[in-house]
Design a protein around this ligand. Structure first.
Ligand SMILES: C[S@@+](CC[C@H](N)C(=O)[O-])C[C@H]1O[C@@H](n2cnc3c(N)ncnc32)[C@H](O)[C@@H]1O
Length: 294
């Protein structure tokens, strides 16, 4: 079977990288994004959980009128548009995202004091040192491979006294019901659950996130787990959410026929979770607010 071959190859790679002591290189195992205009539009339609989490994050960041804010990994720009209202006519919000499709949607929201560009955490060199009052990453950090380098750069572009806000997926030993079903469906079709087929490998525990931010020089102002749950209206919306939120990585790397079988099995299982409110999806996140010392 096509997949089991690649699983064997990954296992060999894993063993050789471990033996070479270069476990960090394993992170290259994150599949590349599979973006399209359609997926970006889908993200705009199903990203209510990220928006709810984002508003909560902003409430911890104490954004003030006149602030200059960077929304790093802004997606289709919905939260940045909300932030622009908080900073008012004398403030400025810039949203950046590596996906040109998402930025194309975000650009429809542009107006005075709100702008968007295609860029990612790997190159913030176009921003001058000490130029932002606030930088936030809402549900983005678990997609970033080189987190230490990203934090170093964010530290540089923040003003002294400026604040960093992160909401990111919690690494937890307790998978949600929906995640259990995904695992079951994958196992049914492939016989095992290869890594990185449906979850980012870069999720963190509270301690890992705290240590990383402190190492970058931030003083921790707030660190908490935010246990959001939300309802998708039906199995199709759950699958759209998983695909769009992962930039098309959900089940990428599986052949088309197997993917279709996994999705059919998953839809059937998800339909058993339907209630009058829809299907409950849990999105446990960690929130961190850090300050660059004055
Ligand atoms: C789950 S979406 C969150 C989007 C937005 N922050 C929101 O609240 O709706 C994750 C976003 O992170 C972006 N992303 C992935 N890797 C990134 C990186 N290295 N730097 C900046 N953004 C990145 C993706 O393109 C995607 O739009």
């Amino acid at each position: 079977m096509r997949y089991s071959c690649s699983v064997k190859a990954s296992a060999v790679l894993l063993v050789s990288l471990c033996a070479a002591g270069s476990i960090g290189s394993l992170r290259a195992a994150l599949p590349p994004p599979r973006e399209s205009a359609e997926l970006a539009a889908q993200y705009e339609a199903v990203s209510r959980p990220q928006f709810v989490q984002g508003r909560e994050l902003l409430s911890l960041l104490s954004i003030e009128p006149g602030d200059v804010v960077l929304d790093l990994g802004c997606g289709t720009g919905r939260l940045a548009e909300y932030t622009a209202k908080l900073v008012g006519p004398h403030g400025k919000v810039i949203g950046i995202d590596p996906s040109p499709y998402r930025i194309a949607i975000a650009k429809r929201r542009e107006r005075s004091g709100l702008s968007f560009e295609v860029a990612g955490s790997d190159d913030l060199s176009s921003f001058a040192s000490g130029s932002f009052d606030r930088v936030y990453l809402n549900y983005v950090f678990h997609w970033i491979e080189n987190k230490a380098e990203a934090l170093r750069e964010i530290y540089r572009i923040l003003k002294p006294g400026g604040r960093l806000g992160i909401s990111t997926g919690l690494k937890s030993g307790q998978p949600s019901r929906v995640r259990e079903l995904i695992r079951e469906s994958i196992r049914e079709v492939l016989g095992n659950v290869p890594p990185n087929l449906f979850l980012s490998p870069f999720r963190m525990t509270r301690k890992e996130l705290r240590d990383l931010a402190e190492r970058a020089g931030f003083r921790i102002v707030d660190l908490r787990v935010f246990p959001l749950s939300d309802y998708a209206k039906d199995p199709n919306e759950v699958i759209a959410f998983l695909s769009a939120s992962s930039s098309g990585r959900f089940l990428s790397g599986v052949g088309d026929a197997e993917r279709q079988r996994i999705i059919a099995s998953l839809k059937e299982k998800l339909s058993r979770l339907e209630t009058g409110r829809g299907i409950e999806m849990e999105h446990p996140a960690i929130f961190l607010v850090g300050e660059k010392p004055r």
